[in-house]
Design a protein around this ligand. Structure first.
Ligand code: SF4
Length: 382
C-alpha cells in the first residue's frame, strides 16, 4: 500500500541549512564549518538559490506554512541574503501569509538592528543557542560566547519585536552539577521567553569530545535523570509545559515546524546535509560543500518508505509528543487499526502505567517518557 500523501493532512515545511559557524564547538557533529570569508557565504547563498530554482518544476506552488533556517549559525548571513533566499522560495512555493519563519541564532551574532531587519522580511521566530548560564560549562563545550551575550541577544530580539523566542539549553555537560543546571534553568526563566529546548549532551563520534571522552568529567546517569526531571517541573511552574520529550512551550508557542517532523508531515530541505521527506520518499544531500557551491548534484540518499516502515516511524515520532498519537488519525492515514496493530504489544506497558491509552489517544505517562526507548523498541515491528 502506498503511504498517503501529506497533502491530505497539512502543508509542508521547508528547512534551509546554513553550514557556517564562527568556530566549531567541541561536541558538534552538525554539518558546520568555521567560516573563512564573506565571499564563501555569498557563494553558498547563491548555490542555495540555484538549488531552490532547479527544483521549481518539481515543487511548483506546493503549499508551505513553515520555513526554518537551521545551522550552523544562520545569523552569519546578512538580511539581504535572507531576503534573496525567501524571495526565491516565494517564487516556487505557495507560502502562507501566516507561516512560521524561524531563524536559529547564536549569541553575539545579531543585535537589535539586525533583528529588526529580519522582522521586516517576515521572519517571526528566533531560536537562540544559549546552552548554559555557567561560564565554566560554556568554556568546556567550546562555546565562544558568554551567558551575558546570550541575555543581550534575547533582549535585542525582543526589543526588535520578536515575541516568539526559543532558547536551547543542555544537560549532561562536562563539569555540570544538578545545582549548576538549576541555576541555568532559573536564569533562563528570568528571560521570560515562551519556548525552551533542553537536550542531553551526546558524545558523537569524530568530535573532539569523542577523542577525549575518558578525560571528560561528566555527570552520572542519575544526575542527568534528576536534571531532566527538574527541567520538566520547574519549567511547568513557569507555564512552560513539555510538549515533546526535549521541548517545552507556553500555550500557543510549540514549534510548528518541528511538529511537522514528529507528526510525520512532509518537509523539504535545501543546502548541504539537508534532509527531505516528500510523498513517502526520504532523501538527503551530502555534506560536500565544495561540490554544492560548484552547482553539482550532491543528493546522496534516496529511500522510498514502505507502509510498514512508515507506520513504525509514525509511532516512534508521534510518541515523542506529550499529546501522543490520535489513533483515529493513524487509521485515516494508514487504513489500518492502531489498536489491532500495536494494542497487544502495548498492553503490558498500559498495565504498568508507562503508557496511557484512553479516548482514542495513546501516549506516554510521565514515568513512561523515561523508558520510552525501551518501550518503543519492544513494540515496533522493525
Ligand atoms: S554553534 Fe552549533 S552548529 Fe555551530 S559549531 Fe557550535 S554546536 Fe555546532
Amino acid at each position: 500500500m502506498k503511504v498517503k500523501s501529506d497533502k491530505a493532512n497539512g502543508k509542508s515545511g521547508i528547512y534551509i541549512h546554513i553550514p557556517f559557524c564562527r568556530q566549531k564547538c567541541l561536541y558538534c557533529d552538525f554539518c558546520s564549518f568555521p567560516v573563512a570569508s564573506a565571499e564563501s557565504i555569498a557563494s553558498y547563498v547563491s548555490a542555495l538559490v540555484d538549488e531552490i530554482e532547479r527544483n521549481a518544476e518539481k515543487y511548483r506552488r506546493r503549499a508551505v506554512d513553515t520555513v526554518y533556517f537551521g545551522g550552523g549559525t544562520p545569523t552569519l548571513l546578512t538580511p539581504k541574503q535572507f531576503e534573496a533566499i525567501l524571495t526565491s522560495l516565494g517564487g516556487v512555493f505557495d507560502i502562507s501569509h501566516d507561516s512560521e519563519i524561524t531563524v536559529e541564532c547564536n549569541p553575539a551574532t545579531a543585535n537589535e538592528q539586525y533583528f529588526a531587519e529580519l522582522r521586516s522580511l517576515g521572519i517571526n521566530r528566533v531560536s537562540i543557542g544559549v546552552q548554559s548560564a555557567n561560564q565554566n560549562e560554556l568554556s568546556a563545550l567550546g562555546r565562544i560566547h558568554s551567558f551575558g551575550d546570550a541575555v543581550k541577544t534575547v533582549e535585542d530580539a525582543k526589543k526588535a519585536g520578536f515575541s516568539n523566542v526559543s532558547a536551547d539549553i543542555m544537560f549532561g555537560i562536562p563539569e555540570q552539577t544538578e545545582e549548576s543546571f538549576l541555576f541555568t534553568l532559573e536564569s533562563i526563566c528570568k528571560l521570560d521567553i515562551p519556548h525552551i529546548s533542553a537536550y542531553g549532551l551526546k558524545i558523537e563520534s569524530g568530535t573532539p569530545f569523542a577523542k577525549n571522552h575518558k578525560s571528560l568529567v561528566l555527570p552520572d546517569e542519575d544526575s542527568e535523570y534528576n536534571m531532566y526531571e527538574t527541567a520538566v517541573k520547574l519549567l511547568s511552574q513557569h507555564g512552560i509545559e513539555r510538549y515533546e520529550i526535549s521541548n517545552f512551550a507556553k500555550k500557543g508557542y510549540a514549534s510548528r515546524h518541528n511538529l511537522k517532523y514528529w507528526q510525520y508531515y512532509d518537509y523539504i530541505g535545501f543546502g548541504v546535509s539537508a534532509h527531505s521527506f516528500v510523498d513517502g520518499i526520504r532523501y538527503s544531500n551530502s555534506r560536500d560543500i565544495k561540490a554544492y557551491v560548484n552547482g553539482l548534484d550532491i543528493r546522496d540518499s534516496f529511500e522510498r518508505i514502505d507502509n510498514r516502515a512508515a507506520e513504525n516511524e509514525y509511532v516512534m515520532l508521534g510518541m515523542r509528543l506529550s499529546d501522543g498519537i490520535d489513533t483515529t488519525l493513524f487509521e485515516k492515514r494508514f487504513g489500518e487499526s492502531f489498536n489491532s496493530k500495536f494494542g497487544p504489544a502495548l498492553s503490558p506497558f498500559v498495565k504498568s502505567g508507562h503508557v496511557i491509552f484512553e479516548n482514542g489517544i495513546c501516549r506516554f505517562s510521565n514515568t513512561g517518557f523515561y523508558v520510552s526507548n525501551y518501550i518503543l523498541s519492544s513494540i515496533l515491528d522493525m
